[in-house]
Design a protein around this ligand. Structure first.
Ligand code: TA6
Length: 285
């Protein structure tokens, strides 16, 4: 367990969460959040008076070596499957260390977690909980060799109904469709869902928005240090195949993920660093 001296009474406390995994509870003037040391995983964020912004599966595991199904999984140092290794890398199933906490002049609560690593790179994750949820994943190459990696904040959003939402901001962007296994270009209309969707949009720094009439809100996903946006909903068949995800839970979630994956992978020279930043905000429709 981390040093309780980093706690901020009334704003940031360490407790035992699901599966007795160490969890950080954050209360800001605007919102509340929960972050597990397991995977430095933001599992909850909710502005006062709004529905939760993030989806969390009721069937999620909370156990050593297992990814949490929902919230914001940190995908590093690779995205997707890799023979003989866990899909989406090991950062999300590693126990991170809480190394700093602060209350900002804006009254937002900020915390920094570090990935214990001696593999020639340093990884820190800064979370700022206020009226918005800001996250920054900083990777530094501490070795003498170039370091190539993928990263992604694989965010699960809480929505009222997948059939009613639309996503804007990706018009005319090329993407790889992992369902149909083809390359295509997004049209001009907002993205809507009628089945499983698993698309990796390339070369895009665009801010995207989820328009959710069911909850009467628009969620904005602004990013920097990211060339890829992934849009995913498992729909029925894949939901049934996922043991840590309810068969019907696909209705109330959508993933809009920000990172650098596949052809957008990053290579750092010795001593260089890269910061992937995402700012999540919401407003009434
Ligand atoms: O982000 C889309 C994706 O790569 C999908 O293909 C699906 O596998 C999803 O991630 C979840 O992956 P996980 O390893 O968390 O089950």
């Amino acid at each position: 367990m981390n040093d309780h001296s980093l706690e901020i009474p009334g704003n940031l406390t360490l407790t035992a969460g699901a599966g007795s995994l160490p969890k950080i509870l954050v209360e800001s003037a605007f919102s509340r959040a929960e972050i597990y040391l397991h995977g430095a995983h933001v599992s909850h964020f909710q502005k006062h008076g709004e529905p939760p912004l993030l989806f969390m599966s009721a069937a999620s595991e909370f156990a050593a070596g297992k990814p949490i199904r929902g919230g914001v999984p940190i995908i590093f140092p690779w995205f997707g499957p890799r023979d003989g290794h866990p899909a989406h890398g090991f950062a999300r199933t590693t126990e991170w260390e809480l190394i700093a906490t602060a209350i900002l002049p804006s009254q937002a609560v900020q915390l920094v977690l570090r990935l214990p690593s001696s593999n020639g790179y340093g990884v820190e994750f800064m979370v700022t909980v206020g009226d918005q949820l800001s996250m920054e994943l900083r990777v530094t190459n501490t070795s003498e060799q170039p370091f190539t990696f993928e990263n992604c904040l694989h965010t699960y959003f809480h929505i009222r109904s997948i059939s009613d939402i639309s996503i804007t901001g990706l018009s005319n962007v090329h993407y790889h469709d992992n369902v149909a296994d083809l390359i295509a270009t997004e049209g001009h209309e907002p993205i809507r869902f009628e089945g499983e969707m698993d698309r990796v949009y390339f070369n895009t720094t665009a801010t995207t928005e989820i328009v959710d009439p069911g909850f009467g809100r628009k969620i904005r996903i602004a990013k920097s240090g990211s060339q890829s946006t992934v849009v995913w909903n498992p729909w029925v068949a894949k939901s049934i195949r996922m043991p840590d995800f309810g068969d019907e839970e696909y209705v109330g979630m959508v993933c809009v993920e920000s990172g650098n994956v596949a052809d957008d992978e990053l290579t750092l020279s010795p001593g260089d660093h890269a910061v992937l930043a995402v700012i999540l905000s919401s407003e009434s429709l």
